[in-house]
Design a protein around this ligand. Structure first.
Ligand SMILES: C[S@@+](CC[C@H](N)C(=O)[O-])C[C@H]1O[C@@H](n2cnc3c(N)ncnc32)[C@H](O)[C@@H]1O
Length: 316
């Protein structure tokens, strides 16, 4: 497949507006920007043999945990009827349906469900004859939603491990956007995993990566390809060479607050931080945790993780 650079100006088909991505110039694919070998990454979500125990979770699974948070109905009681709900980072086809059913179950009727992702997940799914029921999907960048959503216009924002798939430099802008678009009574249903799960993996520091491979680690990178020099970005042999050196390893920044797992899937990265670091980002964004469920599960790399499923509110 021929990979070519895509313009950073993206067209939002639903709203018929152009969105300028905040994400720096990086590798792109006909289906979108961000991860490498997008199809390999997405295929996990349409596997026929998916099950709760061993598959990468989806929003439906997270909502079944959020449902168990004590006082959840009270927490969500200020949400108006016919709410606008936005799923950020949406790879599973059934996320919209699951969110709609969750909202209706707590007595709020007629939710309108939107979903965005940097990748055109809808087109990918369509190629496999799969629909995204009850969901208005568009390609969008959660770091900048100004053209699509005005201040205080969204009642519920849901993220299912988006932060574990988003480079560090984007975390604060993403959560600041959540704060901006939420209505005063609106809630964030935000799920993330901390770093404990990958502490057993072999570690390599940013400095070692530079010394041994001549590559500078950028905290805005999604994948190995983002670390390669501009003129070598599409050099498959070089990418494979770097991937062979780094796969399964965790890149660490030495301050014990950033742990980046290099997955075997296309050399894509997964991003992990201690719980306190997430909390700092939330506070800086003007958000706080109102309710939380903590449990463990197995991720796509077969690693057992601690998963935090939170209900967020705006700090008054
Ligand atoms: C772990 S996946 C979400 C999967 C999720 N568990 C589900 O149920 O669909 C994270 C997604 O976030 C997307 N993503 C990362 N950064 C983003 C951003 N700035 N804006 C929108 N989507 C983003 C990635 O493209 C990826 O598809």
């Amino acid at each position: 497949m021929i990979l070519k650079e895509q313009p950073r100006l993206r067209h939002n088909k639903v709203l018929n507006v152009f969105i300028v991505s905040q994400i720096p110039k990086r590798i792109s694919h006909p289906l979108g920007i961000g991860f490498d070998q997008i199809e390999l990454f997405l295929k996990e979500y349409i596997r026929k043999d998916r099950d709760e125990k061993t598959s990468t979770p989806d929003l439906g699974l997270s909502l079944s945990h959020i449902e168990k948070i004590e006082g959840i109905e009270e927490m969500l009681s200020g949400i108006r009827q016919s709410p606008l709900c936005l799923i950020e980072g949406c790879t599973s086809p059934n996320n919209g349906k699951a969110l709609k059913e969750f909202i209706e179950k707590i007595g709020i009727n007629n939710p309108e469900i939107h979903a965005i992702d940097l990748i055109d997940v809808k087109t990918f799914l369509r190629n496999y004859g799969i629909e995204m029921p009850m969901t208005t999907f568009s390609v969008g960048d959660a770091t900048n939603l100004r053209k699509s959503y005005s201040d205080s216009s969204v009642d519920v924002v849901a993220q299912d491990f988006l932060l574990n798939c988003a480079p560090y430099t984007t975390h604060l802008p993403i959560m600041q956007e959540v704060k901006r678009i939420l209505t005063p009574q609106g809630k964030g249903l935000i799920c993330f995993t901390d770093q404990q799960c990958i502490l057993g993996q072999e570690q390599i520091t940013y400095q070692q990566v530079q010394k041994e491979l001549g590559l500078r680690f950028n905290e805005d990178a999604f994948c190995i390809r983002d670390l390669l020099p501009d003129d070598k970005r599409y050099d498959l042999d070089l990418k494979e060479k770097v991937l062979n050196e780094l796969k399964g390893k965790v890149l660490v920044n030495g301050r014990e607050d950033r742990y980046t797992l290099v997955t075997t899937e296309g050399g894509n990265f997964e991003f992990f931080q201690p719980f306190d670091s997430y909390q700092k980002i939330l506070l800086q964004s003007g958000l706080e945790i109102e309710g939380m469920e903590k449990s463990s599960g197995i991720d796509r790399n077969g690693i057992t993780c601690v998963r935090y499923r939170t209900v967020l509110r705006k700090i008054k």
